[in-house]
Design a protein around this ligand. Structure first.
Ligand code: C2E
Ligand code: MG
Ligand code: MG
Length: 588
């Protein structure tokens, strides 16, 4: 009932208080009624004609069966007055008709209900003025088009659209609506709400191993447990495949959000039972506090996702910091430009000597990617390699590096007219192991340049093995068939187990620069270098010390019995021509 409807007191009768309420129709009215009953009965919807004139109550002149049923109106029992009919009163339609009869509108249409709070019916209410004979007052036709089914379908559809069918939770769209509403609430205070996003680490692996059905079961159980970790008033939704979002009110600021996140983590730490299996799930959790500066609700979710991404590597609950978005944009522009640089062949390789510490001779060169950007200048591989890994560009980049390094070695051979007595090392990213056909690419590059596998070393980091030990083992076996040397790069910084070291066909451990450069000052670093060397010895592996930048380090590591050394003490990474010159100068 619209607020614009006039007050009940202002009805027709009150304009002339002396007139008595009328419950029967005049003769003239009876004639019209007879004629119009036929028309109304022919209509498929509830319809009634009302009449009214100044000083008299409005009456129901005639109505069809549809209207009688709907309004529960029996003229023989109830008379013709509007007042007292429950339906007309509760729905406000009686009032609308009365006010319509008082005015001179030709037609009025609005959406109304029967006034019942639960299970009510919805109508399009249309009141249209009818022509009338002189002295008969004003008349109107009321029609009620029932839209209940349509509205319920719409309502169900909308509920369906906002619901995740697997877990029964709200979905991402519903979550964003909630956040939007929180941000638009006039009572919103910066810092009074937080968005928390979490997902399961390695869910896709679990899904692959146990099958999609059990994966679904895990999601449902996970969601249920999540619900139990929340407080009343927290709003939970499934915002992606294995990602869940929580919108929570904060009374005690950031601390409260972090505590809630820890509580959720603790609840999810107990193993999940999936038919016969027991699975432990590790979660990454990111938190973003709503500042009110978010442009839209998606931004709040995205901020929490940034933090969640950091949580994946740190293993802790992470809080979003605004400059993360800037860093992400920067990474994105690096990615775009790196793609162009690769396409236009603007990357180069630098070659850093590897020295045999026993003989002082050159054992080989490590090929290191270089990117000299036209406006940004030289960009370090420690900046662009992670971007390449994240975007998948590392696959073409890695193939290019392999091809170029082997091609350069073949070129040097050609220039010197013989096969030179050293090899080349190329770095291999964990992503290449996971996604590329590494062994095939290596075999092709070796064949194309007619270089034998013994002259190639592939350096991979511990991450390549930890990520997927089975696959790493397979790729390494394939590489061994090509007689390629395998070196474990940056050794000591990862978590390779001894068992893995023993099982995998690894030939060389490259002791990470961080231990080598510190070992003269720091006893712990010296002890680690020592330990790695004796471990390598007992496993029959060779060692390379990275980052030898002083003669003292060179002496110490030579005495320790490291096989090879690499570092600025011998040479920085050199352009291809300079590298060959370096070798020639060593021989002179
Ligand atoms: P890395 O494979 O451990 O390479 C050794 C890094 O140590 C190189 O850094 C090298 O310039 C630097 N270095 C060597 N000796 C010294 C020294 O005495 N002192 C100091 N301070 N640094 C020294 P760079 O060239 O910046 O490369 C960094 C990392 O980027 C590499 O570490 C490697 O992980 C990655 N990278 C470079 N090129 C490629 C590539 O083509 N493919 C892949 N997947 N990764 C690459
Ligand atoms: Mg390396
Ligand atoms: Mg290294």
């Amino acid at each position: 009932m619209s607020a614009a409807m006039p007050n009940r007191r202002k009805n027709l009768a009150s304009a002339a208080p002396a007139a008595a309420p009328r419950l029967v129709l005049s003769d003239a009215e009876q004639t019209i009624v007879g004629a119009r009953q036929d028309y109304l009965d022919a209509l498929p919807i509830a319809a009634a004609i009302f009449s009214g004139e100044e000083g008299r109550d409005a009456t129901i002149a005639v109505a069809n069966e549809g209207f009688r049923e709907l309004a529960g109106w029996q003229p023989e029992r109830d008379g013709h007055g509007i007042v007292g009919n429950d339906f007309l009163e509760a729905s406000g339609i009686g009032l609308a008709v009365e006010s319509f009869l008082l005015g001179d509108e030709p037609v009025r249409e609005y959406e109304g209900t029967d006034g019942q709070k639960v299970g009510g019916r919805h109508f399009i209410v249309r009141i249209a003025a009818l022509k009338t004979a002189p002295g008969l007052g004003r008349r109107c036709l009321l029609t009620l088009l029932d839209r209940t089914a349509q509205i319920e379908t719409e309502r169900n559809l909308r509920a369906e659209m906002l619901r995740d069918s697997l877990t029964g939770l709200s979905n991402r769209a519903a979550f964003n609506e909630r956040v939007e509403a929180a941000l638009e609430d006039p009572a919103f205070q910066p810092g009074s709400q937080a968005v928390l996003v979490l997902d399961m680490n390695r869910f896709s692996r679990v899904n692959e191993c146990v099958g999609a059905l059990a994966g679904d079961e895990l999601l449902i159980t996970f969601a249920r447990r999540l619900v139990s970790a929340l407080r009343g008033g927290d709003f939970l939704a499934r915002t992606g495949g294995d990602e869940f979002g929580v919108l929570m009110r904060l009374d005690r600021g950031i601390e409260e959000a972090l505590q809630a996140a820890e509580r959720i983590r603790a609840t999810l730490a107990a193993p999940f039972k999936l038919s016969e299996l027991e699975i432990r799930i590790d979660c990454a959790i990111g938190v973003a506090i709503l500042s009110g500066r978010e442009q839209h609700s998606e931004e709040a979710l995205r901020n929490a996702q940034f933090a969640k991404k950091r949580s994946k590597t740190s293993g802790c609950v992470e809080l979003y910091e605004p400059n993360q978005a800037r860093a992400a944009r920067h990474r994105f522009s690096i990615e775009t430009e790196l793609r162009h640089a690769l396409e236009q062949d603007r990357l180069t390789l630098a070659y850093q000597p590897l020295i045999d510490l026993g003989t002082g001779r050159l054992a080989g060169f490590e090929a290191l990617a270089r990117w000299n950007h036209e406006t940004r200048g030289s960009i370090s591989p420690t900046e662009f390699i992670p971007v390449a890994e994240e975007s998948g560009l590392i696959v073409p980049l890695g193939r290019w590096a392999l091809e170029t390094a082997i091609g350069t070695l073949a070129g040097w051979d050609l220039e010197c007219g013989r096969e030179l007595p050293f090899g080349i090392s190329v770095n291999l990213s964990p992503i290449q192991i996971a996604r590329d056909e590494v062994a095939g690419a290596v075999a092709m590059a070796l064949r194309r340049h007619n270089v034998s596998g013994e002259r190639l070393t592939l350096e991979l980091t511990e991450g390549a093995i930890i990520r997927d030990p089975e696959r790493a083992a397979l790729v390494l076996e394939q590489l061994k068939c090509l007689r390629v040397t395998v070196a474990m790069d940056d050794f000591g910084t990862g978590y390779t187990s001894l068992a893995m070291l023993q099982r995998l066909p690894i030939d060389v451990l490259k002791i990470d620069r961080s231990f080598v450069s510190e070992m003269l000052k720091d006893e712990d670093s010296a002890a680690i270098v020592n330990a790695v060397r004796s471990l390598a010895e007992s496993l029959g592996l060779r060692t390379t010390a990275e980052g030898i930048d002083t003669p003292e380090l060179h002496d110490r590591l030579s005495r320790l019995g490291c096989s090879y050394g690499q570092g600025f003490h011998y040479a920085e990474p050199l352009a291809a021509d300079d590298a060959l010159g370096y070798w020639l100068s060593l021989r002179a």
